[in-house]
Design a protein around this ligand. Structure first.
Ligand SMILES: [Zn+2]
Length: 369
């Protein structure tokens, strides 16, 4: 995928292309921007451009990179969520002693390493940074530059201090990317050693235009809905499974039924009963919780007079009715209860029971009117 195909953020892309064409790419760069703005996609593009075996003759990485053996191996990590899940599962299957020693990395090419936050705390740990220190001073094995991508730069304190040591004396042949949606959370000492590229999210209209080319099977109305539901993120919009979402949303709405005055609970119990144990039930529940947050936020937008931000535009009247029935306190309370439900799920409470009690607790809440 050439840079010309990177959507939006022309300014940041131009800066990157210039630095690459002059062969003066900095040793450390922060790429900041909201979720879905393309931070990781861009870092991967740079990693490929730096290590491409077939760069165009004028050295301006514009068109050709993406097909050589280096590029294709780096590209295997483009699907970061899948690679991350595989790495976590591999660790889960280790013996306990090894599990504690093992940190999570994604490395599909010997010279390009992605360092995701390490679960369950979802923070970058000092052992991950030590691993980077251990190998960053070796010359690249098969490419031209070693690239390290911290996909979400939430560091434990000790890890941030270790990182600082590398940033103070980086080798000539390495580049470190720190991706973050909140650059002010990084140590000032770290920020001051990095160039900073800022990405903004695409407008819904830009995502719709993109979808009209990449997913012609979607009707115009569906394109609008997918653009909003994927939050302006192209990657998510491209793979967004609308039928699956709509089905799961029906279940989520049934959970809100009692709160909206639905006295007959048979719909609710039928839905909660379908959340079986095991991986399938867990995936379904995770999706429902995400959708419930989305629905509550939409209701909040309507109540605050900022209806233009509503994502579930196809059920406008339903959301409007909800907005008229509940007050702000109720929404805050519902979000809190949803948080409790989420952490209860992590402790493996019985799903069906927990869902029933979540749904009915909203109905009996004193803030309800
Ligand atoms: Zn290439």
């Amino acid at each position: 995928m050439p840079f010309a195909d990177f959507h939006g953020n022309a300014e940041a892309v131009r800066t990157i292309r210039e630095m690459l064409s002059r062969d003066h790419f900095p040793h450390s760069a922060i790429i900041s921007g909201p979720q879905g703005s393309g931070k990781f996609t861009l870092a991967q593009m740079v990693a490929k451009a730096m290590n491409c075996l077939q760069p165009p003759p004028d050295r301006r990485p514009a068109r050709l990179f993406g097909v050589c053996s280096n590029c294709t191996r780096i590209a295997q990590a483009d699907a970061l969520e899948e690679r991350f899940a595989e790495a976590v599962e591999t660790r889960e299957n280790l013996r306990d002693a090894d599990k504690r020693e093992t940190r999570i990395f994604v490395q599909t090419h010997p010279d390009v390493t992605i360092i995701p936050p390490d679960p369950p705390q979802m923070l970058v740990k000092v052992d991950q940074v030590r691993h980077v220190i251990h190998e960053i001073y070796y010359r690249p094995a098969e490419g031209k530059r070693r690239v390290y991508i911290f996909s979400e730069s939430d560091f434990m304190k000790e890890a941030a201090n270790s990182l600082l040591k590398i940033l103070e004396e980086p080798p000539d042949f390495a580049t470190i990317f720190l991706l973050t949606d909140n650059p002010s959370a990084l140590f000032p000492t770290i920020r001051s050693r990095c160039i900073h590229l800022r990405l903004s999210p695409l407008t819904f209209e830009a995502v719709e235009t993109y979808l009209s080319k990449t997913r012609p099977e979607l009707k115009p109305q569906e394109r609008g809905l997918v653009a909003r539901l994927s939050g302006g993120g192209l990657g998510r919009a491209r793979s967004f499974d609308l039928p699956k979402y709509l089905l799961a949303r029906q279940a989520a709405l049934a959970l809100l039924g009692p709160a909206l005055g639905e006295k007959d609970h048979s719909d609710l119990f039928r839905v909660t009963d379908s959340y079986r144990s095991g991986a399938e039930g867990k995936g379904k529940l995770d999706l429902s919780i995400r959708i419930l947050y989305l629905l509550l936020e939409d209701v909040l937008f309507l109540k605050s007079g900022t209806g233009e931000f509503v994502r579930n535009t196809d059920i406008g009247p339903t959301l409007q009715k909800m907005a008229e029935q509940v007050d702000f306190l109720w929404i805050v309370d519902a979000v809190n209860r949803l948080g409790e439900l989420e952490s209860g799920m992590r402790r493996n409470l019985l799903r069906t029971l927990a869902l029933d009690s979540f749904a009915t607790s909203l109905e009996h809440d004193p803030a309800w009117h």
